[in-house]
Ligand binder design. Sequence first.
Ligand code: GDP
Ligand code: IMO
Ligand code: MG
Length: 471
Amino acid sequence: MAYARQAPFVSAPICYCPGAPMRRRDKSTAMSNTVLTGMQWGDEGKGKIIDLLSPAFDAVVRYQGGNNAGHTVKFSDRHFALHLIPSGILTPGMHCVLGNGMVIPPDAFFEELESLRASGVETEERLWISDRAHVLLPIYAEVDKARELQLGTGRIGTTARGIGPAYEAKIARQGVRMCDLYSERLEGLLMNVSSRLRPELGSLGRGSDVASLLIRCRDWAERLKPFVADTGRLINEWIDAGSSVLFEGAQGVLLDVDHGTYPFVTSSNATAGGASTGSGVAPTRIDGSIGVLKAYTTRVGSGPFPTELAEGEPDGDFLRRRGNEFGTTTGRPRRCGWLDLVIARYARRVNDTEIFALTKIDVLDRFESIKVCVAYRIDGEEVRDFPSDLGRLERAEPVYEELPGWNQETAGTTRFEDLPENARDYVAYLEDDLEASAAVISTGPRREETIVLDQARLEQLTRGRLQTPPP
Ligand code: GDP
Ligand code: IMO
Ligand code: MG
């Protein structure tokens, strides 16, 4: 396959001041900091792939979003659903960070921590929260719900966690950061938030009472103390010392506030670029990008979805049932449809995902033929680029190619050779179209139900540390 990355530019060593020892970094070997992103509308199986790759890294960093995310990890007879804490936490000893780009409701954080501990996952001294991350206050969730109610049929279909209002406060420069919990400015900040949002909530505004909120914040501050740190500095020091970092994206490219199906998006940068601003690690220090692509498409909430199979259509219902497509966070049934390569190509470009993990291929096992959308027909014209305009996207009719199905069980397969020929051809077809390498194929929800297809590329991505398929 002709996907070899060009040799990275390696500059001559630079001497910053006369006589100082030169610090030389050959990026081709010294760094292996990788960002993993969803290539559709979220729920691609990122949690599973993060868990799979984690052992080859020293730290896993979430860089955006909040508890709108739901990342599932399954191995042996164990099942975890992570919303705030990086999925890497399930790898013993892994350092995990909730980065500055996140919005974090402290109570949900404690709840998740407690549930991990109850399951025997040790988190002591390996979990940090950025002092610059924003506190997701309870009032934001109330505002989120009230707005959705008011929007009626025009609602976004948010997770009702308060994500939008929390990022809105951040961008309006009126948010409360983790470091503010320890500041004498806290009461003033809370008064500001409350006076801004109370009128909107009217009599519903239970969480806007500043006195009781202040008491909760003081309690959170105390309990969060062991976790809150200048994580930007911490992560950069780890990288300086030769550690490798995996950046765990939440949501997916089409939910990104800049690149997604705006306004039916989340309020953060879920694309690879967000990893830098959301962690405090410069883009020049992140040198790998891996995408997670589900073998078909799903979406939760409102907004255009060109390949959607409407409720009641047998193929869509089958995908939902066999793929168990119900939200990890809200339990809502996910909208289902065929794979859309217009979207996947767009994600490949925005995130530079030369390598991708193809998930849930086993869900396609029972089809005689499988449709793949290769272009859209919009107002009589064939379009291969993902449109920005919502109206055009709503009018987009998918142009399908039909590939032969394999009608044979692939669930749990661990070797590429054991996949039916048509399934192997399906993978090759996607690789050719995307000009990217399917390094991993996932054939089931469990860690062990995985084919590591492009070992060489994965080794390159992980500086040779992911040498054998995980147990
Ligand atoms: P994420 O948000 O991207 O981490 O994905 P979710 O965890 O929300 O949703 C993915 C769902 O698919 C979870 O229930 C996973 O356990 C499951 N899953 C992941 N990979 C596979 C796979 O290859 N096959 C099947 N059948 N299920 C999978
Ligand atoms: P993971 O990380 C799927 C969707 C919501 C809604 C829109 C805005 O598990 O892939 P928000 O509450 O963020 O303001 O909702 O974004 N959404 C997700 N859909 N997976 C997710 O995360 C999502 N996080 C948000 O359904 O349409
Ligand atoms: Mg999810």
